[in-house]
Design a binder for this molecule. Structure first.
Ligand code: SAH
Length: 264
């Protein structure tokens, strides 16, 4: 069986546990002096103890927007989005809005996250197998994905955000989530083939590596530039890799941060 990287894996140095080593979310352990019971972040008052009620109201709005898959709704209802944003923004955490997460990047709107996950799961039963996410950002979508897939590999090109995601995710101790630091345009061949690939940043076209690393029967959802028209125009693209070839479906206009090259 193929070895998988430990958590968090890095692409800039040899990844993967030694043979026989138990794969655990090592960084899920509390830091010295830190209690395993995680307190609400400072500034969480107002979301505070009743965050589940605010989250349920977000889930009802997602349903009203047309998200029907109970697996997606349940995962969105379970992950505490307010833990992934700066304390000053906590009271906006359950609004359907993107929010800054530093280094010029944003956490996607809950509506867009749910829509993409709904598309990924559409027509499939149970858990999706291995998933590759490009653009970890603050780690929110990765946490939601980890509830829907067997294994999640999430790549981020900005070290500051890769580190932030690791910090944000520590309390969740998600043993099936692998954070990778690298240029996601190359995908992550060591985890391939993937049952699903999801990108949180949009480029001119879908990189060939993603298509190569998608399993037959797998599905990719990504924002892509629609080219001809005004700069910055993107649409959601769904690619199904069928035995007879690729089937592409362009959907609604979206607005994601650009897919960039190299590390930062
Ligand atoms: N899913 C994230 C959304 C983050 S925004 C969340 O829940 O917060 C998109 C992210 O994609 C940004 O952090 C950006 O740095 C990252 N990104 C852009 N180009 C990339 C690339 N080539 N490889 C990996 N990450 C990339």
């Amino acid at each position: 069986m193929k070895e998988r990287p430990s958590f968090p894996a890095r692409l800039d140095r040899p990844a993967g546990p030694a043979k026989g080593q138990k794969r655990t979310a090592a960084s899920g352990q509390p830091l010295p002096g830190q209690n395993a019971v995680v307190a609400m972040p400072p500034g969480a008052r107002g979301v505070g103890l009743d965050s589940s009620a605010v989250r349920m109201s977000m889930v009802r709005k997602l349903e009203a927007q047309g998200i029907r898959d109970p697996r997606v709704l349940s995962a969105m209802g379970a992950v505490e989005r307010h833990r992934f944003v700066d304390s000053a923004l906590v009271n906006q955490a359950y609004e359907d809005t993107s929010l800054p997460i530093g280094l010029g990047q944003t956490i996607s709107k809950p509506g867009v996250v749910a829509r993409m996950l709904d598309l990924l799961l559409d027509g499939r039963t149970g858990h999706i197998g291995r998933v590759l996410e490009i653009g970890t950002g603050c780690g929110y979508q990765a946490a939601v994905l980890s509830r829907l897939a067997d294994e999640v590999y999430s790549i981020e090109r900005l070290r500051g955000l890769h580190d932030k995601a690791r910090d944000n995710l520590r309390h969740l101790r998600l043993a099936n989530l692998h954070l990778l630091f690298g240029d996601g345009r190359d995908g992550y061949a060591a985890g391939a083939p993937y049952g699903a690939i999801i990108a949180a940043a949009g480029g001119e076209a879908v990189p060939q590596a993603w298509l190569d690393q998608l399993a037959i029967g797998g599905r990719l959802v990504a924002p892509v530039s629609t080219g001809a028209s005004l700069a910055g125009t993107q649409a959601l693209l769904v690619v199904d890799k069928l035995p007879q070839g690729l089937r592409q479906t362009f959907l609604e206009a979206v607005n994601f941060v650009p897919l960039k090259s190299g590390l930062g």
